[in-house]
Design a protein around this ligand. Structure first.
Ligand SMILES: O=C(O)CCC(=O)C(=O)O
Ligand SMILES: [Fe+2]
Length: 205
């Protein structure tokens, strides 16, 4: 596994092939990141996630929320959610990330991990509702956590640490050829909030 030295070259592609991942590092100072973390905990309509896995309904400890510029329906793990309207903080963060990355987004999936023991299993974000190959921006607040990519075919792994107030961009064919996960850890970590800004393909009608 390549554990990248976290040198801050945001133009460097962390993937060796079949996709593009850029790590921008911390895009704001600690005080601002803590401010956003607290505001997000307070203002977001956090709900336990429900998913149907092997035909069984499960409820995760991790909490989720789904926001966007329209009440987009978003289906994953066989459940559909409708986006709530942007909050002030989400709109500010969206504009900040759009400026940093030169990409645009119309929705955001939020995840709240209460401890290091909560994580997210291997998956790719290539649901049919999402615009194919569009950039996904991942913004993290709170505990620093390891994040891992695995090539679907070669099983090659690439890992990095997502810091408090940091931005990661996944784009191009990344979701087609690579899985990613947030491993859980027994290390006693504080909570973490992750925001993935996405583009829902708007229906032509
Ligand atoms: O929490 C993270 O860093 C990853 C979240 C993620 O992969 C997702 O929401 O699809
Ligand atoms: Fe993901």
């Amino acid at each position: 596994m390549d554990l990248f030295e976290q040198t801050l070259d945001k133009s460097k592609n962390l993937l060796p092939y079949q996709g593009t991942v850029n790590y921008y590092g911390k895009i704001m100072g600690k005080a601002q990141a803590e401010g956003y973390l607290n505001k997000l905990l307070e203002t977001i309509d956090w709900k336990n996630d429900e998913a149907i896995i092997f035909g069984k309904k499960i409820i995760t400890k991790r909490k989720v929320a789904w926001y966007g510029e329209k009440p987009f329906g978003y289906t994953y793990s066989k459940t559909t959610k409708y986006a709530l309207p942007w909050t002030n903080e989400l709109l500010e963060l969206k504009l900040l990330i759009e400026k940093e990355s030169g990409e645009t987004f119309n929705s955001c999936l939020l995840n709240l991990y209460h401890t290091g023991e909560e994580g997210m299993a291997w998956h790719s974000d290539a649901e049919t509702d999402l615009k194919k190959d569009a950039a996904i921006a991942s913004m993290s607040f709170g505990a620093e956590r390891k994040f891992v990519f695995k090539n679907k075919e070669t099983k090659h792994k690439v890992a990095l640490i997502l810091e408090n107030g940091s931005l990661l961009i996944m784009k191009g064919t990344t979701q087609t050829y690579w899985l990613h996960r947030l491993p859980s850890t027994k290390t006693n970590l504080r909570l973490r909030v992750n925001l993935t800004f996405r583009t829902i393909a708007t229906p032509i009608c």
